[in-house]
Ligand binder design. Structure first.
Ligand code: PXP
Length: 238
């Protein structure tokens, strides 16, 4: 399994002081040196962490691949086409949320999302839809022509007891299988840490995980390179 490292939280820390440090671009370089397979960043409408400058520099300097998380708005679609990431992951975005709280409601916007997907395909950019592990959402995702879904692992990660966690894990397993049967490729992420990621790494249909917060949190104590290396080892089972 592959690991893409989300560097948003490095930018969040920088924005706490509004200066230049710590720089998410430096974090991306270190993550690559430590074995990450890709870098993820989320350019939000309010630019609360990642800025246009970061995205431009990440695009110029990343040697693995760039996954741009974004809302499917006119502004972001334009920026994504100019930036040309290897993958665009479409997420719902609400100004007041602390982080992306739920998956896209694909069922209610199949036709709109199909148009967005084909616009990106025209520019040779692959598209992933961030969805909750719900059959209707996965089936609707396949109808849009998207290349990937990213299964939202937040409910699993935040489960308060073992029984709920197991139920959520089973949903993720089943939806990964369903997506694969429907011809979708499968990524997963949100809320994964050094412990709860282990069962997720055993799901054969999942190609790649997108992890940010747990890595940045650990990096404060052990350093960014070591924090990434440790997660790479777990995700790759080495
Ligand atoms: N995937 C998506 C679509 C996200 O929005 C986020 C959070 O930015 C992540 C993965 C990573 O989540 P975390 O920071 O909890 O690892």
């Amino acid at each position: 399994m592959k690991l893409s490292v989300n560097v948003d939280h490095v930018a969040t820390l920088r924005e706490a002081r509004g200066g230049l440090e710590p720089d998410p671009v430096t974090a991306a370089h270190i993550a690559e040196i430590a074995g990450a397979d890709g870098i993820v960043c989320h350019l939000r409408e309010d630019r609360r962490h990642i800025k246009d400058r970061d995205l431009k520099l990440l695009r110029e300097t990343i040697k693995t691949k760039l996954d741009l998380e974004m809302a499917a708005t006119e502004e972001m679609i334009k920026i994504a086409i100019q930036t040309h990431p290897e993958l665009v992951t479409l997420v719902p975005e609400r100004r007041l949320e602390r982080t992306t709280e739920r998956g896209l409601n694909v069922v209610e916007q199949v036709s709109f999302l199909s148009d967005v997907v084909s616009e990106f395909h025209k520019h040779n950019i692959k598209v992933s839809l961030f969805v909750d592990p719900i059959p209707d959402q996965v089936e609707a995702s396949a109808k849009t022509g998207a290349d990937f879904i990213e299964i939202h692992t937040g409910e699993y990660a935040n489960a308060k007891d073992e029984k709920t966690q197991l139920e959520e894990l089973n949903k993720i397993k089943e939806m990964a299988k369903l997506a694969h049967q429907l011809g979708l490729r499968v990524n997963a992420g949100h809320g994964l840490n050094y412990l709860n990621v282990i069962p997720i790494t055993k799901i054969p249909e999942i190609e790649e995980l997108s992890i940010g917060h747990a890595i940045v949190a650990r990096a404060i104590f052990v350093g960014f390179e070591r924090a990434v290396r440790e997660m790479v080892k777990i995700v790759k089972g080495i």
